[in-house]
Design a protein around this ligand. Sequence first.
Ligand code: HEC
Length: 130
Amino acid sequence: MKKIGAFLVVVLAFFFAAKALPAQEAVSRSASWTTSTTQGQGQPRGYVQYQNYCSMCHGEGVGKPGTLALQAKYKGAMPALLDKRTDLTQPLIKTYVRNGLSIMPILRKTEISDADLDAIAAYLTRNNKP
Ligand code: HEC
């Protein structure tokens, strides 16, 4: 009788584990879907890709290495946030992204496509004076 009880416990454990697995997968899939789509709904491609590839370092908030480095570099003479700048040119942005700059890493074409980088450069220069 004890053996049957133990057997049932094992079968039930497998049953619930099997049920829980697809649920976990669904949660992680919806999480990655959220960052690239809902957050950027109705926003231009350059904005969305900037959030995906650059804002973890150049965004607002504590501990963003890009924002901190540019704060130290310009000491308020220039906005520390890249998306508030109006002096950057598209070729300059693309050069920095493809070649890196001090601790900013190189981003290759396999990591960020030319089309996405074009869109980011257009987004970051949207407020430049003609
Ligand atoms: C891993 C963090 C990181 C990521 C990701 C990153 N950057 Fe940077 N970026 C930096 C840091 C740090 C600097 C400052 C380098 C320095 O001069 O010391 C910088 C500098 C720059 C500069 C130069 C600004 C100036 O006035 O000197 C540009 C332009 C730039 N980044 C664009 C981008 C773009 C566009 C992306 C996304 C495609 C990006 N970066 C992604 C960390 C990052």
